[in-house]
Design a protein around this ligand. Structure first.
Ligand code: TYD
Length: 210
């Protein structure tokens, strides 16, 4: 029986993370016989719901300053870990697959308080066993965001996406230095092509596990 594993999918807004989490979970269940819990951050818990509202500039919480968000995301993460992720990882053969985790904070919130401060805030949280970073040009991300419509959150303008992409580079380096396994996958092409690449990475990673 496979021991519980914690996997994370990361990437810019519009890079396809939410879709790919579902695809990967389907494959892990049907092909690998793993029980998978799919989850996401901001979480669906009380802090996460508040964070989502505060990301919408039209809401009253939208007036919260950027300096507050790193603490809110960290509080949501603590709640998400304690309520959802860690209990699931206690069950045999149960994997957790999260759409975003602290890498998002290390990238997005580093813009307001700097990487060292965000890293310090997030240092107590359990590292994932594997992170897959979906890499896609900010221009393509924006096109996809425009196609799906809906409310634009404050992070979604092109310049912002470019800056966050650069920040993700530092995050990858930071996390790898700390011994984390992070694989990049190109987000170009259709959903199935990207899903294939991710399955490939996860397959190979599983083979290399002791
Ligand atoms: P996202 O998962 O993209 O929401 P949705 O699926 O509704 O599009 O996350 C919402 C935004 O929150 C996104 O712009 C990234 C940002 N974010 C952070 O800035 N820091 C974090 O720690 C997390 C988890 C998300």
């Amino acid at each position: 029986m496979l021991s519980p594993q914690f996997l994370v999918i990361e990437g810019l807004d519009g890079s396809g993370g939410t879709t790919q989490v579902a695809r990967l979970a389907d494959w892990l269940r049907s092909d690998r016989g793993v029980e998978v819990l799919c989850t996401n951050e901001p979480s669906n818990g009380p802090v996460g719901r508040f964070v989502r509202r505060s990301l919408n500039p039209a809401s009253s919480e939208g007036r919260l300053g950027d300096g507050v968000l790193p603490y809110l995301f960290a509080a949501d993460r603590r709640d998400h870990l304690d309520r959802v992720v860690l209990p699931a990882l206690e069950r045999p053969n149960s994997w957790v697959l999260s759409d975003r985790y602290y890498h998002s904070s290390l990238a997005y919130q580093s813009l307001s308080i700097g990487l060292p401060a965000v890293a310090q805030l997030n240092a107590p949280f359990r590292a994932p066993d594997l992170t897959v970073m979906i890499d896609l040009e900010p221009e393509v991300c924006l096109e996809r965001i425009a196609q799906r419509g809906g409310v634009r959150e404050r992070f979604e303008a092109l310049d912002r996406l470019r800056t966050i992409r650069d920040a993700y580079e530092d995050v990858i380096e930071h996390c790898r230095t700390r011994g984390e396994t992070i694989h990049r996958v190109s987000g170009d092409g259709d959903i199935e092509a990207v899903a294939d690449r991710i399955r490939d990475v996860v397959s190979r990673w599983m083979e290399d596990r002791p």
